[in-house]
Design a protein around this ligand. Structure first.
Ligand code: HEC
Ligand code: HEC
Length: 191
């Protein structure tokens, strides 16, 4: 390939990104693909999609993990080796990618149950989980159901350190059988 086409190709690949962010942060972000999928769109089922979540939420979660303030199966250890600045850049990088819902079909009865069980949640998450009321709240439409159910279980369990008190209280008020229904409901929403 001619040098000019190479330059053009490099230009295309970095379109829309600040060069500094593109180089180092893209390298770091590539290490997330093996679990979170290409461009942060996970192939599931217990691995969450992270591309297109808000910058504030991503940053908050990763910093809490690094500082040991939030329970995690794997991610806490993972982030110990990153500087706060690197985490901040990773948050910016993933927040700029589009949110791609992975729509998962489910039984109509389960979905109706889920819709009813999540009525209280609308004020913060929107009717389908796609319209968070602030930057600290993650999108959930087309997020993986198995992952969402696990998260709900964590918020509900006192021994599991999840610092967001309002979420804890909300989930504790759900019946056990509401958890899989709510998770399936959000996972089935295209938008
Ligand atoms: C070995 C697999 C693995 C790798 C590599 C990995 N993650 Fe994760 N990640 C997980 C799992 C599993 C979860 C679900 C929470 C948990 O169990 O810790 C998760 C959850 C997350 C979440 C929370 C998503 C949400 O909706 O709350 C964020 C943010 C995240 N990871 C960011 C990253 C970033 C950024 C990288 C790369 C620097 C990365 N992860 C690399 C496995 C991985
Ligand atoms: C007061 C606002 C508020 C209400 C009401 C609320 N949530 Fe949340 N929700 C949040 C915030 C903020 C977060 C992020 C918390 C954190 O950082 O751990 C969250 C996180 C979540 C997550 C984790 C998503 C992920 O990607 O890890 C799930 C699942 C969830 N909420 C479901 C629900 C359900 C179901 C209800 C109703 C029973 C509900 N929420 C009610 C604000 C709210």
């Amino acid at each position: 390939m001619k040098a000019s086409s190479l330059a053009l190709l490099a230009g295309l690949l970095t379109v829309g990104m600040q060069p500094a962010l593109a180089d180092e942060t893209e390298d770091l972000a590539r290490s997330c693909n093996s679990c979170h999928g290409f461009n942060g769109v996970s192939v599931g089922p217990n691995m969450p999609s992270i591309g297109g979540l808000s910058e504030a939420y991503l940053k908050n979660v990763m910093l809490q993990w690094k500082r040991g303030e939030r329970y995690s199966a794997t991610m806490g250890r993972h982030f110990k080796g990153y500087s706060d600045e690197e985490l901040s850049k990773l948050a910016t990088y993933f927040s700029k990618l589009p949110w791609v819902p992975v729509v998962q079909q489910a039984d109509a009865k389960l979905l109706a149950h889920g819709k009813a069980a999540t009525e209280r949640c609308e004020t913060c998450h929107g009717a389908t989980g796609s319209e968070p009321d602030d930057a600290d709240t993650p999108k959930m439409n087309g997020q993986w159901a198995q992952y969402l159910e696990l998260e709900l279980l964590k918020y509900r369990t006192d021994a599991v350190n999840m610092p967001h008190r309002k979420m804890r209280n909300n989930v504790k008020r759900m019946a056990a059988e509401d958890l899989p229904a709510a998770a399936a409901f959000y996972a089935a929403q295209p938008k």
